[in-house]
Design a protein around this ligand. Structure first.
Ligand code: TUI
Length: 318
């Protein structure tokens, strides 16, 4: 057992959310994480509402545990998905890449637990005022669309700034990361990259192999010029984007170059032209495992560390 305000809020065994990775996180992955005792998330990404509705219904055939949907607020379908959450009575909604303010009243009235992902203290405060139930504080070690602050610096500052529970994200892939997150003031974790290399993750095998082969320094951040920086595994495509930024391309041209690149990674496994989003912790991910084993190891190891720090790490506190 690993009881915190997050497990109480969500009615789950372990305080862990699976990251709502666009194109990656489907009903199969979400159900596997929920069946492991965490909260699996279906990614809204840039998908239309009909696709997400199908995934929600499929997820319900695969698990009777709580699960959620991540809404990527830059999506042209965000408003439709917001309504879909109410129609389908989705228990948990996380949001990313913007402020969910205009949807929150409707979600609250429908009894949905709302957990915005935020990259700064200012946004954390705003989301709490708007009625968020908890927050994911995501550091820039994370994969995908990121902010500027590291997990180590962001989590304690957010935890000090708000009263609602904080869930740490960015750079967490083992029991040490979970224990550290709790020490920083978080009451749960969100994990993305580790689940890319899970048996139930339905991405092209080339994507999984790139994550397994990645070293600590193998990710790159591109797109700062557009205001939407993205971290992914360094490849020909990230080098092309970096050159483009250096040589004075416009943000519009940059967006045009990027369109479809995540799909090329996830669906086609196109190592040259795909955007293989992953966090810096990919360097530590060495093996494909079932989600259940990943969750059990994360919390088994974290529990051992917290309870037996002296024996495990030789730390003596006098
Ligand atoms: O959203 C994410 N990670 C993502 S979204 C995504 S899909 C995408 N693909 C290409 C370009 C852009 C997106 C891939 N990975 N994480 C949560 C997150 N949210 N990180 C940063 C933010 C964020 C940024 C600004 C949250 C709120 C925000 O508010 C700005 C405002 O409106 O005040």
């Amino acid at each position: 057992m690993f009881k915190t305000r997050v497990t109480d809020l969500l009615g789950v065994e372990f305080p862990i959310l699976q990251g709502g990775m666009a194109w990656v996180a489907d009903a199969g992955l979400a159900a596997a994480v929920s069946n492991a005792g965490g909260v699996g998330l279906i990614a809204g990404g840039s998908a239309p509402a009909e696709y997400v509705r199908e995934q929600i219904r499929r997820c319900r055939t695969l698990t009777d545990k709580p699960f959620g949907v991540n809404i990527m607020l830059m999506s042209p379908h965000a408003a439709d998905l917001a309504q879909l959450m109410i129609d389908e009575k989705v228990p948990v909604v996380t949001t990313g890449a913007g402020s969910p303010g205009k949807y929150m009243e409707g979600w609250k009235a429908a009894g949905i637990k709302i957990i915005p992902v935020i990259p700064s203290v200012a946004l954390a405060r705003r989301m709490e005022r708007m009625g968020a139930d908890a927050l994911v504080a995501e550091g820039c070690e994370a994969g995908g669309h990121i902010g500027e602050i590291t997990t180590m610096c962001l989590v304690p500052q957010v935890a000090d700034a708000v009263d609602i529970p904080v869930i740490a994200a960015g750079g967490i892939a083992d029991g040490r990361g979970v224990a550290a997150a709790l020490m920083l003031g978080a009451e749960g974790v969100q994990v993305g990259t580790r689940f890319l290399a899970s048996c139930e993750c339905n991405i092209h095998d080339n994507y999984k192999q790139l994550v397994l082969a990645a070293k600590d320094t193998d990710s790159a951040v591109t797109g700062r010029m557009t205001g939407h920086p993205v971290r992914s595994v360094r490849n020909k495509f990230t080098r092309k984007l970096a050159d483009f930024e250096k040589n004075g391309g416009t943000p519009e041209e940059f967006e045009e170059l990027s369109v479809g690149s995540l799909r090329k990674a996830v669906v086609d496994g196109d190592k040259e032209n795909g955007s293989f989003m992953a966090g810096q912790i990919a360097g530590m991910v060495q093996e494909i495992k079932p989600c259940k084993q990943i969750v059990q190891e994360l919390f088994g190891d974290a529990g051992e560390l917290i309870k037996h720090l002296e024996q495990k790490r030789g730390v003596t506190i006098g």
